[in-house]
Design a protein around this ligand. Structure first.
Ligand code: FES
Ligand SMILES: [Fe+2]
Length: 323
């Protein structure tokens, strides 16, 4: 287990709820630990992916007719509390209390399965548009980065790359200037308002214009952005699972209160295209650990969100994937 109390005690996304059907099993990885997710009677269980007999992965197992998880190797059978209730080789023998798998807390929220391997005093971060029916929601991802989760999040918060890396889609090289914007840092997160950028077609009308973004850092690996145009609001709730120090998986929810006739597949493929432009750049960044010492790299006024993010991570003592 890693030594980073901030991430250990936080909630992390592991899968979309719809990826785990009733009576099915999924492997996952969080903070260097292999986990097994399984669902029975609608309830999700998140355990260490390790049978206490010979250390076989439980995610190779199956679910029996009584709704218990059965190890693939010798059939040790676990109830939903993680207690072994049956040794098939010795059916008359009652398993001892210590024949128990390590279980973790989990919750389903915003269409995702979240787990916490520590105390998790905090709540799962808010996604304002979720319960507002005027917003349609589209799930994107998972997107895999061979990079630190903090590098991936900093990329979501970076506005000055839009005219370059996403030229023709989210910006234009001849309109690359970034005006000053406001950043507010609080203990519970960061908000950047009035972030303006010129985009070639920000709202699907085909007309290029300035748009205004609001960015929020909700947790070290969860952020939110909203883009306001005359058509309405387009927002993204984005959360990253730190599978290991340099292996991260992101899920996005797009929410928009206009363009209800735009096919979901088009919205998703646009987002896939953007993220697939970002991933190789993020994976190329060195050092692999995000430098929290502001002297380590050069910063411009347009990098104010990233500077605030690095300071904020440093103030809370986050160490996994940072330097
Ligand atoms: S290793 Fe799981 S039952 Fe033997
Ligand atoms: Fe990007």
């Amino acid at each position: 287990m890693i030594e980073d109390p901030v991430l250990l005690n936080d909630w992390h996304p592991l899968a979309k709820s719809t990826d785990l059907d009733e009576a099915s099993i999924l492997p996952a990885r969080l903070l260097n630990e292999d986990l097994v997710l399984w669902r029975i009677d609608g309830e999700v269980h998140v355990w260490q992916d390790l049978c206490v007999h010979r250390g076989t992965r439980l995610s190779l197992g199956s679910i029996d007719e009584e709704g218990r998880l059965v190890c693939a190797y010798h059939g040790w059978t676990y109830n939903s509390e993680g207690e072994c209730v049956r040794f098939p080789a010795h059916p008359e023998q009652k398993p001892p209390g210590k024949a128990k798998v390590k279980t973790y807390r989990c919750e389903e929220k915003w269409g995702l399965i979240w787990a916490c391997v520590g105390d998790g005093a905090r709540e799962i971060p808010e996604f304002e548009e979720w319960s507002d029916p005027s917003f349609r929601k589209v799930a994107c991802g998972p997107y895999r980065y061979r990079a630190s989760g903090t590098r991936a999040v900093e990329n979501f918060l970076d506005v000055a790359h839009l005219p370059f890396l996403h030229a023709g889609m989210l910006g234009d090289r001849s309109h690359a200037e970034i005006e000053d914007y406001d950043v507010e840092v609080k203990e519970e997160g960061i908000v950047a308002r009035n972030v303006k950028i010129w985009q070639p077609d920000p709202d699907g009308t085909g007309v290029g214009k300035n748009v205004t973004y609001t960015y929020k850092v909700l947790r070290p690996l969860t952020m939110y952005l909203a883009k306001d145009t005359e058509q309405g609001r387009f927002s993204i709730f984005s959360t990253v699972c730190p599978a290991s120090e340099f292996e991260s998986i992101a899920w996005f929810w797009l929410a928009m209160n206009y363009g209800h006739d735009v096919p979901e597949v088009d919205l998703r493929s646009f987002q896939d295209k953007i993220t697939n432009q970002d991933i190789p750049v993020v994976e190329s960044q060195r050092p692999e650990r995000l430098p929290l010492d502001l002297q380590a790299e050069l910063h411009l006024r347009s990098d104010r969100i990233a500077v605030a993010y690095r300071r904020w991570l440093r103030s809370m003592g986050l160490t996994f994937g940072t330097a």
